[in-house]
Write a protein of this length. Structure first.
Length: 362
């Protein structure tokens, strides 16, 4: 899109000829990435080719989304060792500071980092690649300077520098971003609490023995891990002990599972036994209880047996009392002929005895 000349009529939109001014040159600044199908490019491979004047913007202008013909170029730098969520959130804030922004990220080299800050876990190549694959990054500047110079800012057409607002004292300065703040080019971001590269390294140092033992198991040598001979043997012995503990733990878990299954089955058996026993007791009481069927049946059978052994007698018959079964009674009118009474008194006595016998029968 051509830029209008300063003296051009606002209504015509006609610019001066190239021989008269350079403002006719188009802005060719790279645009923000619209897709995430490829990593961000390096600055030395696709550097800004814009030859038009790079007008200085204020933060208020940038927040309004101007200028419309180019994105706001925001720069963020750092070491980015052990790239983590705190780094990504800082870059996300830098990317979203303005409606239309192009984020350049500068990464310092190993030599510069070791000189001013200290040893890193990841080398510079690994740190460059980590930044290229962050979704918020549009361009990566390798071997970035520790202190930003006007020449560097002009070379990369940087509008604003994004970093947290905490003064960063280094390289003999109380704050390496002091001159950027004074120039009105600094925009602050917020640090993510609870995570940093130093925190991650502290965890590794704290749990060094655990990591060393784990890597020995994976096949790393003691030399690669910088472990002495004695510590190597100690770690290997601890690994064997841990394996035995794991086996014992597995056996205990299996035993607990087996006992649980046995208890569960025993509970089911006991419950079934209780149900059967209640059923058996109920049937027993129903049969042999005080009012059970067996008692009624026994009473009925006993009554039948008694009737069978002692049948009912005729009402006219009466039992014989005081008589000998071998002798049959003789009628009262039969007189014993063999022994007649010797005297009239004896005869009267016999008649009286006979009359008494008849009363007894009655």
């Amino acid at each position: 899109m051509p830029v209008r000349a300063a003296g051009a009529e606002s209504g015509t939109g006609i610019s001066k000829s190239p021989s008269e001014t350079m403002e006719e040159l188009e802005h060719t600044c790279p645009q923000p990435r619209l897709t995430l199908t490829a990593p961000a490019p390096f600055a030395d491979e696709t550097s800004c080719q814009c030859q038009a004047p790079h007008e200085k913007l204020t933060i208020a202008q940038a927040r309004l989304g101007t200028p419309v013909d180019r994105p706001v170029r925001v720069y963020a730098d750092g070491i980015f060792d052990l790239f983590h969520a705190g780094h990504a959130r800082a870059l996300m804030q830098a990317k979203t500071l303005f409606p239309n922004s192009y984020l350049l990220v500068g990464v310092c080299s190993d030599d510069l980092t070791h000189k001013f800050k200290g040893f890193t876990v990841m080398n510079e190549t690994e740190r460059y690649e980590a930044l290229r694959h962050c979704r918020y990054v549009d361009e990566v500047i390798r071997d970035a300077p520790w202190t930003l110079t006007p020449e560097f800012l002009e070379k990369h057409k940087i509008d604003f520098v994004a970093h947290d607002d905490i003064p960063y004292s280094s390289a003999g300065s109380d704050d390496v971003y002091k001159h950027i703040k004074e120039a009105g080019m600094f925009v602050p971001t917020q640090r993510t609490e609870g995570i940093s590269t130093s925190d991650i390294i502290t965890r590794i140092v704290r749990d060094y023995d655990v990591y060393a033992r784990r890597n020995l198991q994976r096949g790393y040598t003691a030399k690669e891990l910088n472990v002495s001979f004695i510590n190597e043997k100690k770690y290997r012995f601890q690994n064997q002990v841990d394996k035995m503990k794991e086996k014992v733990k597995n056996v205990e878990e299996k035993s607990k599972e087996f006992v649980y299954k046995v208890e569960e089955k025993s509970h089911d058996l006991i419950q079934k036994w209780e149900e059967k026993s209640r059923e058996f007791i109920g049937n027993f009481l129903e049969l042999f209880g005080p009012d059970g069927a067996w008692k009624q049946m026994f009473q009925e059978r006993s009554g039948r047996m008694l009737q069978a052994f002692s049948p009912r007698q005729s009402p006219n018959s009466s039992p014989t009392r005081g008589r000998s079964p071998s002798r049959s009674p003789s009628p009262p009118w039969v007189i014993n002929k063999t022994s007649p009474p010797s005297s009239p008194k004896a005869a009267s006595a016999s008649l009286s005895s006979m009359s008494e016998g008849d009363e007894d029968e009655k």
